[in-house]
Design a protein around this ligand. Structure first.
Ligand SMILES: Cc1ncc(COP(=O)(O)O)c(C=O)c1O
Length: 415
């Protein structure tokens, strides 16, 4: 069969919904300055969809640093991959400051988080090694594991007992191959808001020989006494051998970095294919990242404000009887029972009649019959925003319980 014919006939689990979802549930356009109040299809909405955890996206000093970087350097400099011609003193300064911030000896800048994680995993393991990873890991971990030419073992999400079984299997294998074991998980899981059981995993190092790599994309800036993330929050940072963070969340930018012991960072610097075969991060992003890091370091009150909003939102939703799953972090899932048609109708009602914009997650990401609304609180939200949202959710929950969203006709034209 012709490849293009096949993909035109079967557009994938999300693509097959595009006829009604595009422009509304998928690829919506939020317009205006990044802020809790933005425009959606010409109307103001209260947004709970942006990973702008600390509110830096539109911070005046951040905006100015981005402008200054672009004015001085444009988007081209430095040209080429860092290993060839694209290195700069400011790239190195940023790496040193990032390493200091997360209290690791070394750090390596990455152009993108997703490709970075795929490539880190690819660079770390040989075919004699075994990977053991959490089943609910982000797609970039799954794709990195796919590149691995040796054995892989998966453990059910946060199931430490099963992890131990997988470690035993991995150990039997590597005893034969002479390879090592790499355990991979996340710090703060971006969908459920669960924290990885890092303390328990680190504890297992006493019994098994392995290295631990953690993707803490969401933990950076939001968790820990200094904002260094989940491992700092859980008090086990030293046991995490290699840690990844993206600039796409709290830093409100593009880019990422990996931190760990110097020899491993140096190895990655010279062996990560996504970095050595790709152009260096442009200067405005580097200068912008230095400013964002300075603000995160010097303003713990942004993180405190975020947590005030998190506690108010999660406490308020729970008080009204909503199921927010097992979150231990700012990520706030609201789990409802209903069919896809009800999910779209209630999201439409929230957006059009209550002016509340949050993301909607349906099958196959969550089981059939489950609707997940995902709210991301930020330091920019106010307690009034929280109150308004809880009132809207109460009205929506009551309608859902009465089956009223079943009776709602197809609510809109997305075109
Ligand atoms: C857990 C996790 N890892 C990695 C990434 C990818 O990072 P980036 O957006 O920088 O490619 C994301 C999403 O942004 C994420 O949520």
């Amino acid at each position: 069969m012709d490849i293009f014919d096949r993909i035109s006939a079967n557009r994938g689990p999300l693509g097959s919904q595009s006829h009604y979802a595009h422009g509304y549930f998928a690829f919506p356009k939020l317009e205006g300055q990044i802020h809790p109040r933005m425009q959606f299809r010409g109307k103001e909405v209260l947004t709970w969809s942006l990973n702008n955890y600390l509110g830096l996206a539109n911070h005046p000093e951040v905006r100015q640093a981005d402008i200054d970087g672009a004015t001085e350097f444009g988007m081209a400099y430095p040209m080429g991959a860092r290993i060839m011609s694209g290195n700069s003193t400011l790239h190195e300064q940023l790496e040193n400051e990032l390493a200091d911030f997360v209290q690791k000896p070394g750090a390596l800048l990455l152009n993108f988080g997703y490709q970075g994680v795929v490539s880190i995993i690819d660079a770390l393991v040989s075919r004699h090694d075994a990977i053991v990873y959490d089943a609910e890991s982000h797609a970039c971990i799954i794709d990195g594991v796919r590149l691995h030419q040796g054995k892989r073992f998966v453990f059910p999400h946060n199931n430490i007992e099963n992890l131990e079984k997988q470690l035993e299997r991995a150990k039997r294998l590597t005893d034969e191959t002479g390879g090592g074991i790499l355990v991979i998980t996340e710090g703060m899981f971006g969908m459920s808001g669960n924290l990885g059981k890092l303390r328990e995993i680190v504890e297992l190092k006493k019994k098994y020989d392995f290295r631990l790599f953690v993707d803490d994309a969401h933990g950076f800036g939001t968790l820990g006494a200094t904002g260094a993330g989940t491992a700092e929050h859980l008090g086990c940072a030293e046991g995490v051998d290699l840690i990844f963070y993206t600039f796409a969340k709290s830093m409100a930018s593009i880019g990422a970095f990996v931190a760990g012991q110097e020899s491993v960072i140096e190895y990655l610097r010279y062996n990560m294919r996504s970095q050595i075969f790709a152009k260096s991060l442009p200067m405005p992003l580097v200068i912008g990242a230095l400013k964002r890091l300075e603000l995160i370091r010097n303003h713990p009150e942004y993180r405190e404000k975020l947590w005030t909003i998190v506690r108010a939102l999660q406490g308020g939703l729970k008080e009204k009887g909503f199921n927010i799953g097992t979150t231990e972090s700012p990520v706030t899932p609201v789990l409802l029972n209903g069919e896809l048609s009800e999910a779209t109708a209630l999201t439409f009602d929230l957006r059009e009649n209550h002016g509340i914009f949050c993301s909607i997650v349906v099958y196959p990401v969550v089981p059939k019959g489950v609707i997940m609304l995902r709210l991301i609180p930020t330091a920019m939200h106010t307690l009034e925003d929280v109150q308004e949202t809880i009132v809207a959710f109460e009205a929506m929950g009551a309608k859902l319980a009465k089956g009223l969203y079943n009776k709602t006709p197809a609510p809109f034209q997305t075109a």
